[in-house]
Design a protein around this ligand. Structure first.
Ligand code: UGA
Length: 445
């Protein structure tokens, strides 16, 4: 099937490559010529395991194109909207301008299709009420299109697998049953390999589909902040949050995932999604329903303060002139994304307190060099560790998790480490002579 994907950022580029892999004829349209040029050459514009071979294969076969030319939208039966909805400056709400310009591009370039109405599939994370508003705008413009809201649950670092083998798909369909049936059958055809694999598929109305996405991210954020609040309790009571998480996680009603305490969540999704959700609840007059998310957000931000305070305390009260080795800058491992990264924020705050920060990251270094030229970035953990007075592990990259405490000790000036992700073995580090501090963990326990 001939399809377009509007917006070739993280979500759109992966989606376009996976849809071409499913056998469709795909054009990805984006306003950024630099991004488009790279993608058109089969090169991802961000780090994502498994994406490059798919892009190359699609581009070489000719079934995957990327362009800035919006007239390329003509002829497609299905248009996927995959543009960003970042936090709007000065407020919690989502900036919807890219969504509306994508809709205008569809209106300006849509061509009627012999097989029936066009299908516009929304994948971006949006405030509840958006799908209906898009359907209305298309109708007013005289475009015969069925809107389907199909939220995306992919995780960075697992994006290809999450797109091609999702654990569920959700279609938000119009109330008109006949048009809903057209939308369902066309999207089923696009996702044939997913449907044939027996993936659970939920057919719901627009607002449910829109809410499913933000509800899922809010739940995940709440789980993380819950365990981080337990870490605060562990710190003052001598308990160990990793053992506590393990013990409660054995109950399947709780589950063991997303209970990793540490410096908290970041990235382009969870923080801005919970804020936009609160803003939307306020607009709908039910802000009280989500006041707990304010607490989730503030527990999360407190983790960063705590890490900086712990560093200051371990340094004897002053960071000025102290050499701090920061391991990891991205918001999580296997990603080069530093958007709202707790690690980068902490590194910047240590620098602000006068520390001589020497940071490293396997994939995020280039992005940070552009954003924070004041931070000293080096190419390897060994370089960062050399002569350090304090080490802070802030992103759980495998290379850092597997560091040998004895070898690392021989490089630093003072063996003090803060394990901001609770991924090291406290006893092994203590046995190798380190002053080890986790986040809500007992040292050397
Ligand atoms: C998140 C959701 O997990 C995806 O399902 C969703 O599709 C995506 O947002 C989105 O809305 O697009 P992602 O931002 O890639 O995916 O990252 P996560 O794996 O959820 O991690 C988010 C943050 O939470 C990271 O900073 C991570 O280090 C932190 N985290 C995660 C913890 O601090 N503790 C945990 O136990 C788990």
């Amino acid at each position: 099937m001939k399809i377009s994907v509007i917006g070739c950022g993280y979500l759109g580029a992966v989606h376009a490559a996976c849809m071409a892999d499913f056998g469709h004829d795909v054009v990805g349209v984006d306003v950024d010529p630099a991004k488009v040029d790279k993608l058109a050459a089969g090169i991802p514009s961000f780090h994502e395991p498994g994406l490059e071979p798919l892009l190359r294969q699609g581009v070489e076969k000719g079934s995957l194109r990327f362009t800035t030319d919006k007239t390329s939208l003509a002829g497609a039966r299905v248009h996927f909207i995959a543009v960003g909805t970042p936090q709007r400056g000065g407020s919690y709400a989502a900036d919807m301008s890219y969504i509306w310009s994508a809709v205008d591009d569809i209106i300006g370039n849509a061509t009627p299709h012999a097989d029936g109405p066009l299908v516009v599939v929304g994948k971006s994370t949006v405030p509840v009420g958006t799908a209906a508003a898009i359907a209305e705008r298309l109708e007013e413009a005289g475009v015969d299109a069925v809107v389907v809201w199909n939220p995306e649950f992919l995780r960075e670092g697992h994006a290809v697998q999450d797109t091609e083998r999702p654990d569920r798909v959700v279609y938000g369909l119009p109330d008109d049953r006949e048009r809903g049936e057209v939308g369902r059958s066309v999207v089923d055809e696009v996702y044939a390999p997913i449907i044939e694999a027996g993936t659970p598929r939920l057919l719901v109305n627009y607002p449910t589909a829109e809410l499913v996405k933000v509800a899922a991210n809010s739940f995940l954020a709440t789980k993380i902040s819950f365990i981080n609040s337990m870490a605060e309790l562990c710190d003052v009571s001598g308990a160990d949050v990793s053992r506590l998480a393990e013990a409660i996680g054995h109950d399947d009603r709780i589950g063991s995932k997303f209970l990793q305490a540490g410096i908290g969540f970041g990235g382009g999704c969870l923080p801005k999604d919970i804020r936009a959700f609160m803003a939307r609840a306020g607009e709908l007059g039910v802000d009280q329903s989500l006041t707990f998310l304010r607490e989730v957000d503030s527990i999360n931000m407190r983790r960063r303060d705590h890490a900086v305070e712990l560093a200051t305390q371990m340094a004897g009260g002053r960071l000025v002139g102290l050499k701090v080795a920061v391991l990891g800058l991205t918001f999580k491992p296997d990603s080069d994304d530093v958007r709202d990264s707790p690690a980068l924020d902490i590194a910047g705050r240590l620098w602000g307190r006068g520390a001589n920060v020497v940071a490293t990251d396997p994939a995020g270094a280039d992005a940070v060099r552009g954003l924070r030229p004041d931070l000293h970035i080096v190419d390897s953990a060994d370089e960062a560790l050399a002569g350090a007075d304090l080490v802070m592990l802030l992103t759980a990259w495998k290379d850092y998790v597997e560091l040998d405490p004895t070898a690392a000790r021989s490089l630093v000036a003072t063996p003090r480490i803060i394990d901001g992700r609770n991924v090291l073995d406290p006893r092994a580090w203590a046995d190798a002579g380190w002053d080890y501090r986790g986040m809500g963990r007992r040292s050397g326990a």
